[in-house]
Design a protein around this ligand. Sequence first.
Ligand SMILES: Nc1ncnc2c1ncn2[C@@H]1O[C@H](COP(=O)(O)OP(=O)(O)O)[C@@H](O)[C@H]1O
Ligand SMILES: [Mg+2]
Length: 234
Amino acid sequence: MSDPMLKVTSLDVAYGRAQVIFGVNLEVPAGALVCVMGRNGVGKTTLLNALMGVLHPSAGKIEFQGENITKVPTYDRVRRGMGYCPQGHETFPQLTVYENLQVTWEAAKGKKGAIDEALDVFPRLKPFLKRRAGFLSGGQQQMLAMARAMVTGPKMLILDEPTEGIQPSIVAEIEEVIERLHKEVGLAILLVEQYVDTAIKLADSFIVLDAGLVAHVGTAADLHDADLVRLLAV
Ligand SMILES: Nc1ncnc2c1ncn2[C@@H]1O[C@H](COP(=O)(O)OP(=O)(O)O)[C@@H](O)[C@H]1O
Ligand SMILES: [Mg+2]
C-alpha cells in the first residue's frame, strides 16, 4: 500500500493554554475525499489552520506526500501542493475578480495558464473578471475563494465549509464542482462539512470531531447511523 497523501499523527493544538485539538489522527489517501464533520466549535477550523501552518501544533506530526511538514511555513505548504480555501469565503473586496486570482497566483508562484484553468472550473466567474470582489454575491465569492485555491495548482484541496450560508441554487453547483475535482481531476480533498446529506453525497470516508477529539471514523455508508446523526445535529 502506498502512503497517504496527508497523514496527521497525534495532533494537539491550543490557543495559549486552551487546548482545542486533542491527539487527532487523520489520513487522506491520494485522490480521496475525506470529510471532517462535527458541530460548531468542536475544532474543525482550528485543525485545518494547523494543517496549513496558520496555527502551530503543540504536539504531533503532519506529513504531506511522505515528508514531515510540521514546521514548514504556510507558503511552502501551498507550493508543495496544499490548496486552502478558508471558512467564510473571504476575498480581497477592493480587488477585482481577476486581481484576486492574480495576487494569489503570484504569491504561490503558480504555473502558466493556471488562472485560465481555474476560471474553466468556475465559468460563472468569467463575466465578472473586472468586478470588485466585494460586489459579488456570497455564492460568487465562494467560487472566487475556491478558484483562488485552484490557481496555486494544488494536489490536495482543503475546503472549510464551502457551502455555509450560500443560497441553495449555488450550493448544488459548488457541490458539483467539488465532485468533479474529486472524480474527474483526481484531486485529494479534505472537506469540512456540517451537513450529513452533503457528506453522504461527496465523501469516501469521514471523521467526526467532538470537543477536539476524533469521535468517529468511517465510510460514507456509516453516515446513515442514527447515533452519528445525533452527534452531528446542529
Ligand atoms: N483565535 C482563537 N482564540 C481562542 N480560541 C479560539 C480561537 N478560534 C477558535 N477558538 C475556540 O476554539 C474552539 C474551536 O473553534 P473552531 O476551530 O473555530 O471550531 P469549528 O470550526 O468546529 O466551528 C472553540 O471553542 C472556539 O471558541
Ligand atoms: Mg469552523
